[in-house]
Design a protein around this ligand. Structure first.
Ligand code: 4NP
Length: 156
């Protein structure tokens, strides 16, 4: 399963989501591909936010090799699932869909853990460390569900 995680800047939430899901795929021996992008380009080329790198590191996950990039409509061709962190990212991605099958790939990531609730992963950029801890916990839960689903889809 090829999964793209999308937030606004691609420096706080989606790099964490990418790192967490890659880690779970590796642990479970799932043959998947994970990447992340931002709907805005203003941090393109940058490292993840130091606070995201730190909380990932605390959980044994190294995300320092990631660099921010902007979401591209061709990502609809490259990925099976596209997960948005909040409703604004979600609407932005949908607005770039070219056909119905593009739209079907997109969902809010927390709907994997709480189906139909449309819960958002809050933007932690202007907050403190607590915000990043909260984001980590939410993404860890959602990524558990994604990994469980990906594991099933490759089993006979
Ligand atoms: P992210 O967080 O979307 O989780 O990467 C943000 C990063 C930067 C900004 C906003 C959100 N910013 O306004 O620069």
């Amino acid at each position: 399963m090829k999964v793209l995680m999308v937030c606004l800047g691609n420096i706080c939430r989606s790099p964490l989501a990418e790192g967490i899901l890659k880690h779970k795929f590796r642990k479970k021996n799932i043959d998947g591909y994970v990447d992340s992008a931002g709907t805005a380009a203003y941090h393109a080329g940058e490292y993840p936010d130091p606070r995201s790198m730190e909380i990932a590191e605390r959980h044994g996950i190294d995300i320092s090799d990631q660099r921010a990039r902007k979401f591209d409509p061709e990502d609809f061709d490259r990925f099976d699932r596209i997960f948005a962190m909040d409703r604004s990212n979600y609407q932005n991605i949908l607005a770039q869909a070219r056909k119905p099958s593009d739209r079907q790939k997109v969902d809010l990531i927390m709907n994997m853990a709480y189906p139909g609730e449309n819960m958002q992963v809050p933007d932690p950029y202007y907050g403190g460390d607590q915000g990043f801890q909260n984001v980590y916990k939410m993404l860890d839960l959602a990524c558990d569900k994604i990994a469980a689903q990906a594991g099933k889809s490759i089993s006979p």
